[in-house]
Design a protein around this ligand. Structure first.
Ligand code: SF4
Length: 645
C-alpha cells in the first residue's frame, strides 16, 4: 500500500520549490495553491490513512462539487484519516508541470498523489473519462488497474456516471455505486486492516468487493455473442456478488456546512444545502430521477440551521437549495419563508432550481424577492401533448402560458425554457412545436413588457441513458439532430430570442461513453493517446481522435448509439443495480409507446423495486421523511392476516 514517500517520489518541499518557479507563468495561479478558508491540513505523519479526492476538471468547476465537499468533510472528521484534493490543471499548467517534472499533487500538503492510500475520483458525467486517464498519468500512477503495484494507491471512482462503470473498468480498482457517505468509512477501515496485515493488493481488492455497493471489475468475466452484444457478466470469485446493489442512506446525514471558499472567481461561488434526494416524477428520459430513488427529505429546521451555519462559516453571498425538483419538497413554502426571515436584510441570493411549471412556483420565487438569483427557468422538455405523454412530463400549453404571464407580470424580462430534441418517435412537427411555443411565450411577455420581453430556449439532445425506461431506444443520427437544430435556428431568429443547443458531436460522444461496454476502455485509452482531453469543453474535445480510436479497435460507434435494443438484451450495466427493476423500466417503456402517463409515485406507489430491496432499512427508519410507503414488520403482517388489525 502507498502512503510512504518512496525514494524516487518528490517530497512536498521539492514540489513547492518547483511550483514557485512556474506559478507566475500560468493563468489563474490561485487554482494551484490551496490554502482556502475551511481547507483542512492535518499532520501527515500522525494519520493512518490518506485519501485524495479528485475532480477531473479544472478547479473553477470542481471546487463547488457538492459530493466531493461532503466526502472531504466526512473523512477529515475522522481522527485516523485525512482528505486532501486535486483538480485537473489547465493545459498551460499541465505543460509546465510535465516539462518541470512536477507530478500531480494535493492542494493541501503538496504531497504527490502517488503518496496517498486512496484516490477517489468524482465522475458525475462521462466526458471526464479522458481527463481521469490524463491525471493518473500526470500523477505517475499506472493507468491500468492490472499494472498497479503494491505501492500504488487504490484508485476508486464514484458518481452518477459509475452506474455504467464498464467503459472505465480497466482503469479503476473499484467503483462505489450509489451514495458515498457511509461506504467511504468502510473502505478506509478495510485499507487500515489490510495495511496492518501487509495484505497483497489482490487481497485488499477482494475485501473491498465484499463491501455492499463496491464493484471491483477484475472479479467479473464478460462474455459476448457473435453479434457483439453481451452474453453474460459473471463473478469469478465468491467474494464478488452477482449484482452490485447501490448504497442508499435511509436518513440523509447532517448537511456539510464547512464549505471551501475558493481563492479565485469560480463557476459557482456559493454554499449548497441539499433539501432532498431522489425524485418520484418518473420522467422517462431522466437517469438522475431513477438512480437516486427513493425520495428522502430533510426537515425545514435542519435545512435552515445548515444554511445559517454554512453562510457564517464562509461569508457566502449565494445559497443554493438543491434537489432534482424543488417544488416537490413537501414544505417548500415554509422553507422559503423561513429562509427569508432568517437572513433578514443580509445580502444573500437564493437559488431554487427545477421548479414545477405552475403559478405556485412564481409565488415561491416572488417570496424570495430580492434574493432570487438569475432569471426564471422552466423545463417543459417537449412542446406537443403526444411527446409529453411519451416522456411522462405532462403539462398543458395553458399551464405554461399562464405561468409565463405571471412571471413577466412580476418583472422578470427573460424566461429560459429547457427543451430536449430527439425523444423517441419525435418528428419535425414536434420540433416545430417547440419554436411555436417559444413564440407564444414571448407574445405573453410582449403584452406586459412590450419589446423588453425575452425568451431563451436551451435545447439539448436526448441520450437514452442506462437504468431509464428509454434504455432500449436509439439516439438520433447526427444528420437528424442537425436538421432539427437548423429548423429551430431558422424559426427562432431575432433579438428577442436566444437559442442554445448541444453540438451533435457532443451528444454522440456522451452516448458512446454512457452506453459502452468493456471494449470501450480501449477506445477511451486510444482517444486519450490520440491527444483528447477536456471532452466536456466544446473547444477542446477532438471528435476525430475518438472516431480514429473506434477504428483502431475495429468497433463501430453506431453499434452503441443507433441500434434499438431487443427486450431481452443483456446490457453492459446489467450487474449494477439501482434497485429499480428492469421489468418495471421495460413496462414503463411499453407504456410510453402507448402514450400512457404514470403518476407521481408519492401519491400511489408503483412498486418500482426500491421497497423490496430496502424493506429492512425502511422498517428501521419509519416516518415521513422517506417518501415511500411504510413497510410492515413480518410479525405485524401475520397479525393483519389473522385479523388482528
Ligand atoms: S417504491 Fe413506490 S413510492 Fe418508492 S420510489 Fe418506488 S414506486 Fe415510488
Amino acid at each position: 500500500m502507498a502512503s510512504v514517500i518512496i525514494p524516487d517520489m518528490l517530497s512536498p518541499e521539492q514540489i513547492e520549490s518547483r511550483l514557485e518557479r512556474i506559478l507566475l507563468k500560468v493563468q489563474k495561479p490561485g487554482r494551484y495553491v490551496g490554502g482556502e478558508l475551511n481547507a483542512v491540513v492535518k499532520d501527515w505523519d500522525e494519520v493512518k490513512t490518506k485519501v485524495a479526492f479528485i475532480f477531473p476538471d479544472i478547479y473553477d468547476i470542481g471546487i463547488s462539487n457538492l459530493g466531493l465537499q461532503i466526502l472531504y468533510d466526512l473523512v477529515n472528521q475522522r481522527p485516523d484519516a485525512l482528505a486532501e484534493r486535486a483538480y485537473a490543471p489547465w493545459v498551460d499548467m499541465e505543460d509546465l508541470m510535465r516539462s518541470r517534472g512536477i507530478p500531480l499533487y494535493s492542494l493541501e500538503s503538496k504531497h504527490p498523489l502517488a503518496a496517498f492510500d486512496i484516490l477517489g475520483f468524482s465522475l458525475p458525467y462521462e466526458t471526464l473519462y479522458t481527463n481521469t486517464l490524463n491525471l493518473l498519468d500526470l500523477a505517475g500512477i499506472p493507468l491500468r488497474s492490472a499494472e498497479r503495484r503494491a505501492s500504488d494507491p487504490l484508485v476508486i471512482a464514484g458518481g452518477h456516471a459509475c452506474f455504467n462503470p464498464e467503459p472505465m473498468h480497466a482503469f479503476m480498482d473499484a467503483f462505489v455505486i450509489g451514495e458515498g457517505e457511509e461506504v467511504i468509512g468502510e473502505i478506509i477501515e478495510v485499507v487500515q486492516r489490510c495495511k496492518v496485515q501487509y495484505s497483497k493488493r489482490q487481497d485488499v481488492l477482494r475485501q473491498l468487493a465484499k463491501i455492499p455497493g463496491v464493484y471491483v471489475p477484475r472479479f467479473y468475466e464478460v462474455k459476448y455473442q457473435e453479434d457483439g452484444t453481451l452474453a453474460s457478466i459473471t463473478p469469478t470469485v465468491p467474494d464478488a456478488p452477482q449484482a452490485i446493489v447501490k448504497r442508499m442512506l435511509a436518513k440523509l446525514p447532517p448537511p456539510t456546512t464547512r464549505f471551501l471558499v475558493p481563492n479565485i472567481d469560480v463557476v459557482h461561488n456559493r454554499v449548497s444545502v441539499e433539501v432532498m434526494r431522489g425524485c418520484t416524477r418518473g420522467c422517462r428520459f431522466c437517469q438522475a430521477g431513477m438512480i437516486t430513488r427513493p425520495v428522502r427529505e430533510r426537515s425545514v429546521e435542519e435545512i435552515v440551521q445548515a444554511a445559517e451555519e454554512a453562510v457564517s462559516a464562509t461569508g457566502a453571498e449565494e445559497l443554493a437549495l438543491l434537489s432534482l425538483s424543488s417544488s416537490d419538497y413537501t414544505d417548500v413554502l415554509e422553507l422559503v419563508t423561513r429562509i427569508g426571515e432568517k437572513f433578514g436584510d443580509k445580502h444573500l441570493t437564493v437559488s431554487l432550481p427545477s421548479l414545477r411549471i405552475d403559478t405556485v412556483s412564481v409565488a415561491l420565487m416572488e417570496k424570495l424577492k430580492d434574493r432570487r438569483s438569475g432569471g426564471f427557468t422552466l423545463a417543459p422538455e417537449a412542446a406537443t401533448e403526444r411527446m409529453r405523454r411519451i416522456i411522462n412530463k405532462f403539462i398543458t400549453d395553458e399551464q405554461l402560458l399562464d405561468t409565463a404571464r405571471e412571471i413577466y407580470a412580476r418583472g422578470w424580462t427573460n424566461i429560459k425554457l429547457y427543451f430536449m430534441i430527439g425523444h423517441p418517435s419525435e418528428t419535425l412537427e414536434d420540433v416545430q412545436a417547440i419554436a411555436d411555443l417559444c413564440k407564444r411565450v414571448l407574445a405573453e411577455g410582449r403584452k406586459t413588457l412590450g419589446g423588453k420581453a425575452r425568451v431563451h430556449a436551451g435545447v439539448s439532445t436526448f441520450i437514452p441513458k442506462p437504468h431509464t425506461p428509454f434504455q432500449w431506444v436509439s439516439v438520433d443520427t447526427a444528420e437528424q439532430i442537425k436538421a432539427k437544430q437548423e429548423l429551430l435556428m431558422h424559426e427562432l431568429r431575432g433579438s428577442a430570442f436566444k437559442l442554445s443547443w448541444t453540438a451533435p458531436e457532443d451528444t454522440l460522444l456522451e452516448a458512446w461513453l454512457s452506453r459502452g461496454d468493456r471494449r470501450m476502455a480501449e477506445v477511451i485509452f486510444t482517444a486519450w493517446k490520440n491527444g483528447t482531453k477536456f471532452d466536456a469543453w466544446q473547444d477542446q474535445r477532438q471528435i476525430e481522435a475518438w472516431t480514429s480510436a473506434f477504428a483502431s479497435q475495429k468497433l463501430d460507434p453506431a453499434f452503441y448509439t443507433y441500434r434499438p435494443r431487443p427486450a431481452d438484451e443483456v446490457f453492459p450495466w446489467e450487474h449494477i443495480s439501482d434497485a429499480v427493476r428492469k421489468k418495471y423500466l421495460y413496462t414503463d417503456y411499453r407504456r410510453s409507446l402507448e402514450g400512457e402517463l404514470r403518476a407521481d409515485c408519492r401519491q400511489d406507489c408503483d412498486a418500482c423495486g426500491i421497497l423490496p430491496t430496502f424493506a429492512t432499512t425502511r422498517r428501521q427508519y419509519p416516518g415521513i421523511y422517506w417518501k415511500c410507503p411504510e413497510v410492515k414488520s413480518p410479525a405485524s403482517r401475520k397479525q393483519i392476516a389473522a385479523g388482528g388489525g
